[in-house]
Design a protein around this ligand. Sequence first.
Ligand SMILES: Cc1cc2nc3c(=O)[nH]c(=O)nc-3n(C[C@H](O)[C@H](O)[C@H](O)COP(=O)(O)OP(=O)(O)OC[C@H]3O[C@@H](n4cnc5c(N)ncnc54)[C@H](O)[C@@H]3O)c2cc1C
Length: 250
Amino acid sequence: MDQVSPTAMDTPRRGPNLPSWTLTVINSFDVTPKMRRVVFGVENVDQFEYKPGQDIVFFLNDPEGGHGRRHYTVRAIDRDAGTLSVDFVLHGDSVGPSFARNAKPGDQVEVKGPRGRVVFKPDADWHLLTGDETCIPGILHILENLPAQARAFAFIEVEDESWKQDFETEGEVSIEWIARGSARPSSVMVDRLSSFELPGGHGQALIIGETSNVRAQRHYLIERGFSRDRIASEGYWRPGRNGGHDHVDD
Ligand SMILES: Cc1cc2nc3c(=O)[nH]c(=O)nc-3n(C[C@H](O)[C@H](O)[C@H](O)COP(=O)(O)OP(=O)(O)OC[C@H]3O[C@@H](n4cnc5c(N)ncnc54)[C@H](O)[C@@H]3O)c2cc1C
């Protein structure tokens, strides 16, 4: 298991000069009906240092003949096997899901990373993690790597319960899968947070997912007394945007 480093709090903002890697598809399968895992072989995987919650940037063929940048979180690393797994949400026929559906053993793809500051921050009495389907890989990877006794509350917004996954953790974890239905955007997460009684002590929140939802949750937590520096948040996608990510710092 990759332990979460106590220095995760200090993860520096990385510029564009991220390390490059060539990944080779080994295997792919559906984890749940609309979540496809691709297992990649990575040469020198021992040199791939990352924090659970970080992502890599894929350069995927787009229909215009170019290379679309798409962010995907590290779902698992198996250093003995030399593999890195990524879970792709199959939300449509866009570049990311098309790549995942068509991935065949031996296919190669270029990625850069790891990147991202929105990672587990150990310096807290308890942790709040929220996200939607795109955040299942990151949230579960963080939970699977929690230090023993770390206390975490995870809320994951999903279309329906077919998205649920089992996982193992040494932490004290409470997880809720909140069914939203197909209508989006949805206010289910802010509604759920409004009845979440904040535990005593210092909390640390990690808020990810669709950008407008991330912003609404961040503002709601600030209203409830969370200080900005204890909320790590990032917009993972947004209607009408192709690839990229949104800083949500306000
Ligand atoms: C740091 C980070 C980590 C991420 N990790 C993951 C991950 O592990 N797994 C994962 O599946 N995604 C992850 N995402 C989200 C993923 O990068 C985006 O959803 C991306 O837009 C997918 O690319 P695409 O080619 O499918 O769609 P794009 O070509 O980027 O978008 C086409 C259209 O599809 C819509 N759209 C995009 N994403 C979604 C969605 N998820 N649901 C519904 N509609 C959508 C938008 O309207 C968009 O205009 C992550 C994003 C970030 C920033």
